[in-house]
Design a protein around this ligand. Structure first.
Ligand SMILES: [Zn+2]
Length: 415
């Protein structure tokens, strides 16, 4: 692969202010070797050079929460969350195993078409890590484990260990493997404790759906609500101990640490947030999914003020329809009163910190991977700030997505 040079009307490196008439130079290995004002970035004679005088150039976007294996599944009309979750499980069970790879490929292609170069994905088919590996992708694939009955602990953990051993062959280059004990309403305290201990011994990062619904809070506080009723129907004992918030319950089972990505965190009060900050946890904030399910809004401003590492995520197509990370950033900005630059950080530099990938991605900085997105705003470049123009854009405006110096999406044609 030759060196390549990309110039644009505005460059938003996300490690400093926007640069008018900026450019980036990416070496043959896919790393950034120069970035700055166009006139100051070298023009090697044999480099492939592209100029976008009517566009914005940003770091490739980072989606901190996806379920790409669910791509293509038909929508569910269940209004109530516990039965919606059961509906997702039923649709997954009915999907032939061979369809998961195709779904993961389609999901990853849609991400790239929307300017996303790094994903943090949770699933239990193993398809996403395989597709990331085959396509030279970037991201973390958290393999899910379930088991609400304490008697299932050994079997569930052994199954997780077996699958992660099989999937490790795909965790190479820029692809990482992690584990996801799904959520407090599908995993027992014992399974959380055992999984957390084992994952840390293995150096596997963890992700957990946490403090998402009222039903989850009711289950852990008092053993009541929709999930408690469903558990009773299946002969599953109530969680031990009761009287907790989801955050304090999970901490009691040893799950919370700097290697834990907490997904959703809608129902976190001030003492929960202080505890999460003390443990150094990261957060995947999914504002449109939270609203779609009627969970309410996460306390984003408080999470940021507490110094937690926060990125935005879309969640799955079953929750939000077509994945549009900049739409998540816009809603996050509205929720927490953020300016456009701060909102863009939630899907670039801050998201990289949340996933512990900041040394490699998230900003256009010399030494990092040459991951970038070229956005041509609908209606052309205006006098508005470049950050505002980027934040107002969407998948339809993405003209080129580059991952490690390689095209992975071009508008109007596949890469
Ligand atoms: Zn999710």
């Amino acid at each position: 692969m030759p060196e390549r040079r990309v110039a644009a009307r505005w460059l938003l490196p996300m490690d400093g202010p926007a640069i008018a008439h900026g450019a980036v130079l990416i070496d043959a290995a896919g790393r950034i070797v120069a970035v700055g004002q166009d006139a100051a970035v070298p023009r090697p004679a044999d480099a492939r050079a592209q100029e976008f005088p009517d566009a914005l150039l940003l770091p490739g976007l980072i989606n901190t929460h996806t379920h790409l294996e669910l791509s293509g599944l038909p929508e569910l009309a269940e209004p109530e969350f516990a039965s919606w979750i059961r509906g997702v499980r039923a649709r997954k069970a009915a999907r032939p195993a061979g369809e998961y790879l195709a779904a993961a490929r389609a999901g990853l292609a849609a991400c790239r078409a929307a300017g996303v170069t790094t994903v943090a994905d949770t699933g239990d088919s193993g398809a996403v890590i395989e597709v990331l590996a085959e396509s030279g992708g970037s991201g973390v694939a958290y393999h899910e484990v379930f088991g609400p009955h304490p008697a299932q602990t050994e079997e569930s953990l052994a199954g997780l260990q077996r699958r992660t051993a099989e999937l490790r062959r795909f965790a190479r280059g820029r692809v990482r493997l992690g584990v996801s004990p799904h959520a407090p309403y599908t995993v027992s305290g014992e399974l959380y404790r055992r999984t957390a201990r084992w994952a840390r011994e293995e150096g596997l990062p963890m992700a957990v759906h946490l403090a998402e619904s009222a039903a989850e809070s009711a289950l852990l506080a008092s053993g009541t609500g929709e999930f408690a009723a469903a558990w009773a129907g299946r002969g599953i004992p109530l969680p031990e101990p009761l009287g907790h918030t989801p955050v304090t319950w999970l901490d009691r089972h040893g799950m919370l640490g700097p290697d834990t990505l907490c997904i959703h965190l809608v129902r976190a009060d001030a003492s929960d947030i202080a505890l999460l900050a003390e443990r150094g946890c990261a957060v995947a904030h999914c504002p449109r999914s939270n609203r779609a399910h009627g969970h309410g809004d996460a306390p984003l401003a408080a999470l940021l003020t507490a110094g937690l590492r926060v990125g935005v995520g879309t969640d799955s197509v079953l929750s939000v329809g077509p994945l549009d990370l900049l739409a998540e950033a816009r809603l996050a900005a509205a929720l927490a009163g953020l300016d456009a630059m701060a909102a863009l950080r939630l899907c670039t530099s801050a998201a990289a910190h949340a996933l512990d990938l900041a040394a490699d991605v998230g900003t256009l900085t010399v030494g990092k991977w040459g991951d970038c997105v070229v956005i041509r705003p609908d209606g052309g470049i205006t006098a508005a700030s470049p950050a505002d123009q980027a934040l107002r854009s969407g998948p339809r405006d993405v003209v080129l997505t580059i991952l490690g110096g390689r095209d992975v999406h071009r508008a109007g044609g596949s890469a």
